[in-house]
Ligand binder design. Structure first.
Ligand SMILES: [Zn+2]
Length: 185
């Protein structure tokens, strides 16, 4: 008799080897796990987002000043129109960003975590702790200024594109991280 999943020779009678059986049980356990322990969220902080987009904002202001300083009587109209358009775009973009950031959260269960994001349609990713290689956090100077940080979840996968998950703009990052460490052991 051989294992039905991996094909290894079975020492004891049955359909699966111990290795595959354990994996299956762990998967099942994670799927049935409904005990919520802790949730943390990304948070929209206006000052931080403005600072994060400071380059684009400076370029727009610079363009408007440039147009105004050309000192040709009709240019100021263009300057005002461009200024209005960019301001409108900026405000709409900030609203979108706010909705997107505020919709992102991560809930820790006993055996897994669930990452949720999406403004209109919620998307969830379930990751059993067994599939996580490491969790840590990063905090750049700009983030430190606003008491924010980024949680990085490194998964056990060879796929480089899927390996790291980032949950940014998390408030009180050191406390959140301490809580995560405490729960995940
Ligand atoms: Zn097996």
């Amino acid at each position: 008799m051989n294992c039905k999943i991996c094909g290894a020779e079975l020492k004891k009678p049955g359909e699966l080897c111990n290795n595959c059986m354990n994996k299956l049980l762990k998967k099942q356990e994670a799927r049935n796990d409904k005990t919520e322990y802790y949730t943390f969220k990304s948070e929209f902080v206006l000052g931080f987002e403005l600072l994060r987009h400071i380059e684009q904002i400076c370029i727009v202001i610079f363009m408007i000043i440039l147009l105004l300083s050309l000192d040709i009587s009709y240019w100021w109209r263009y300057a005002i129109i461009i200024g209005c358009l960019f301001s409108m775009y900026g405000i709409i973009y900030l609203w979108y960003l706010r909705a997107k950031i505020n919709s992102t959260s991560c809930t820790l269960y006993r055996t897994k975590l669930i990452y949720t994001t999406g403004i209109f349609k919620k998307k969830s990713k379930e990751i059993p702790y067994d599939f996580i290689e490491e969790i840590f956090y990063t905090q750049g100077n700009m983030e430190r200024l606003f008491n924010l940080g980024t949680i990085v979840i490194k998964k056990k996968t060879r796929n480089l594109l899927e390996r790291n998950m980032f949950i940014d703009a998390v408030r009180n990052i050191d406390q959140v991280f301490a809580k995560i460490q405490e729960l995940m052991g």
